[in-house]
Design a binder for this molecule. Structure first.
Ligand code: ADE
Length: 229
């Protein structure tokens, strides 16, 4: 079973349209949609926004469905040269708002008991890359940084930008999905389509403008990715 997580309605609605033999399963606080895409078993869930929503949803999914991997799709804010609609695939994921650096033995974003970064599955990464190449999408492979806020200013994420030069996408759930998957030892990959660019004048308008198209693109990629998993 392939587990698919989105944070916003728009992010999973086009994917849900692709599911056959769909079954709706309500478990405690989340509704899961089980079925097939390209003859592969999938389970899809809407997590809601932010780290806590993402963590409890990922945990519920792993505890209740026999998922061999977790894929998180959606949109993100971009920086460092990425453009609207470009896709960013996670090589690693981190929190930009987790800070216990005052203890002296951790870097910004690092959670005690974990490495500084959460690592995406290499095989999933290569397959996602292959699909994006075949579909002629522009993409970057790099880091995705999460925190519990919509980020407008690079000032907000300057500490992690000083540590890493390849954070291309900023959003609100990937870190928690990556950490939960890491705890349960479930391979994960995250890819996000860029809906808005940090410090652009029209960032708010762009987010809404590109949400639908970015989500549609994400589902296109997902369909092809599922075919080869
Ligand atoms: N999701 C899409 N754009 C974002 C941004 N700028 N900050 C946080 N999450 C986002």
């Amino acid at each position: 079973m392939i587990g698919i997580i989105g944070a916003l309605d728009e992010e999973i609605s086009s994917i849900l349209k692709e599911v056959t033999d769909i079954e709706k399963i309500k478990l405690k606080v989340r509704t899961f949609y089980k079925g097939q895409i390209n003859n592969k078993d999938v389970v899809i869930v809407l997590a809601g926004e932010g780290k806590v929503n993402a963590a409890i949803t990922t945990s519920l999914m792993i505890e209740n469905f026999n998922v061999k991997c977790i894929i998180n799709v959606g949109v993100a804010g971009g920086q460092k040269g990425v453009k609207h609609r470009d896709v960013v695939i996670s090589s690693e994921v981190l929190y930009h708002d987790f800070d216990v650096t005052s203890f002296g033995k951790y870097v910004r974003g690092q959670v005690p008991g974990f490495k500084p970064l959460f690592y995406a599955d290499e095989s999933l990464l290569n397959k996602t890359k292959m699909v994006l190449n075949n579909l002629h999408f522009n993409y970057k492979i790099g880091k995705i940084a999460s925190g519990d806020q919509f980020v407008y200013s690079k000032e907000t994420i300057k500490d992690v930008n000083e540590l890493y030069s390849d954070i291309y996408a900023i959003e609100m759930e990937a870190g928690a999905i990556a950490q939960t998957s890491t705890i349960y030892n479930v391979p994960f990959i995250i890819y996000r389509s860029i809906s808005d660019i940090l410090e652009d004048e029209d960032q708010d308008d762009d987010f809404y403008k590109f949400l639908a198209i970015a989500s549609k693109n994400a589902s296109l990629v997902l369909k092809e990715l599922i075919r080869i998993l």
